[in-house]
Design a protein around this ligand. Structure first.
Ligand code: SF4
Length: 329
């Protein structure tokens, strides 16, 4: 019998949970096929298949699903509901409805695996999701349990190596599955925290390569995945009320965290056009930086964003920080 192939789009939860699901499916005897990194064809397909008012990341997800659909037996699209200890924190409605949106928009799909990740369903929510997947793939309970244990263990390792070695998720995935080590950082004279959705920041195509541009221009980048979640949560009381959305809280807490780090010279917030949660988060982060007279740049990304526009703004921002530092002696 040939090996079952499970398709995993290289976007959205890829940057959050790929190691966990890769190990889980591999332990069940499946092959995990990822889509290519975003390119023009994937973006164009996504734009074509998605409702026009969707945000870029959701359009991209459609494009990645199209890129995989004829190559795999199953498409893996988890329904992200709640993964926080606070049961009121959830994901935006587009995440919640993603499996339904994909099914309704793209014809001739393979079978979909879409477990709900919902901590509200109890302490063993992740095991329940794994059991549901294992049953759909007709795997024995003992194998599912072993795969679940190994998946949880690699996910913890992934999160730990990002914090300990100050790696972003792409580097963390590379460390785990390819290199087994951290690559040398180029020399830097600036330290900038780059905050925002991982599926935008680490996608070189849609972010107009901003992370590489910064590293190539003597800027060391710091991101929210490099800080332990429990550290970030210490800032949860700073706002009168927590935000409703998982990523939005992480961005705001990471902003507070990096504002408290003396080595950080500036903050860049990368926002998505048409993103409801970001409209509020961007303002919160901007106001906090303004109050402290701290260098801040908001970069909005949409499918029309070109590399030239982004690099001009990055150049102006980094020049301004260096100039200000010189003036302050
Ligand atoms: S949080 Fe914003 S950018 Fe992310 S999927 Fe939802 S609407 Fe789109």
């Amino acid at each position: 019998m040939s090996q079952v192939i499970v398709g995993f789009p290289t976007t959205l939860t890829y940057y959050l949970h790929y190691p966990m699901w890769k190990v889980f499916f591999s332990e069940l005897g499946c092959k995990v096929e990822t889509s290519p990194m975003t390119n023009k064809k994937i973006l164009d397909e996504g734009v074509k298949e998605t409702v026009t008012d969707a945000c870029v990341p959701i359009k991209l997800y459609h494009g990645h699903a199209v890129a995989l659909k004829d190559k795999v037996d199953y498409l893996f699209i988890p329904r992200m509901v709640n993964v926080d200890s606070d049961k009121n924190i959830t994901f935006c409605p587009k995440f919640l409805g993603l499996p339904d949106m994909i099914k309704a928009s793209i014809p001739n799909l393979p079978k979909i695996i879409s477990p709900s990740l919902d901590r509200k369903s109890g302490h063993y929510y992740l095991y329940k999701a794994c059991r549901e997947i294992g049953r759909q793939l007709e795997k024995p309970a003992s194998l599912i349990f072993r795969a679940y244990r190994r998946a949880v263990s690699i996910q913890k390792k992934f999160e730990k190596i990002m914090v300990q070695n100050k790696l972003n998720p792409v580097e963390g995935i590379d460390y785990l599955f390819n290199s087994g080590s951290c690559s040398e950082r180029p020399d830097a004279d600036l330290n900038i925290a780059v905050l925002g959705y991982p599926y935008q920041i680490y996608d070189p195509y849609i972010s107009a390569n901003l992370m590489s541009w910064l590293e190539n221009h003597k800027v060391r980048t710091w991101t929210m995945e490099m800080v332990d979640y429990s550290q970030l949560q210490k800032y949860s009381g700073k706002l009168k009320k927590k935000l409703f959305w998982h990523f939005s809280n992480k961005v705001v807490w990471a902003c507070y965290h990096y504002l408290d780090q003396p080595h950080i010279d500036g903050i860049i917030h990368v926002t998505a056009f048409s993103c409801g949660p970001d409209a509020m988060v961007d303002k919160l982060v901007e106001l906090e930086c303004k109050q402290r007279n701290f260098p801040f740049l908001s970069l909005m990304i949409d499918e029309q964003t070109g590399e030239g526009g982004v690099t001009t703004r990055l150049e102006a921002f980094t020049d301004m920080i260096r100039y200000r530092r010189e003036q302050q002696g």
